[in-house]
Design a protein around this ligand. Sequence first.
Ligand code: SF4
Length: 182
Amino acid sequence: MNRTLLEEQLSSLPLLQYEFISTDELVFSENVRYICRTECPMYGRTWACPPAVGTVEQCREKCMEFTSGLLFSTVTEVSDIANIEETLSTRAPHEAITRRVRDLIAEQCGTVFALSTEACAICEKCAYAEGKPCRHPERMFPCVESHGIIVTDLAEKHGMDFFNGGNIVTWFSLILFSDDAG
Ligand code: SF4
């Protein structure tokens, strides 16, 4: 990959921070999956969440098909971060940016794998509940945590800010790819 070209392209997007990572440093935790199963109301409700994404081991194998990743964040200020509706309304712009970054990397690297935020909210009612295939597999991104990856740990390891102030919503995405820059 020509990372210089990609970084030039990324400079025109409203990203807060980004870092290149190696997939070797990813940690896949069964504990995260336990939290999905026991605490998340979206468990078992979309193709973007467990168990539809596969076991943690299957998720690890899928991620390890790639050598590298780009972890990036966006931020949006809301009037009250405790207002879940307002906070979640900032997701769609982040997902649109994720698609743009995914496409830029795919232009250079071909096959990529994008992980993003929360459960998928593209359809009003996910096809998973009806036992049907995902209607928009090209637009749907499983969330990072659904694969057992603790995104806060990864961000901190790379000096990225996870908390950016009282009413600032911070979203992360991770695009995996393979290149000879590793
Ligand atoms: S795109 Fe629709 S069918 Fe696919 S995971 Fe998202 S909500 Fe479900």
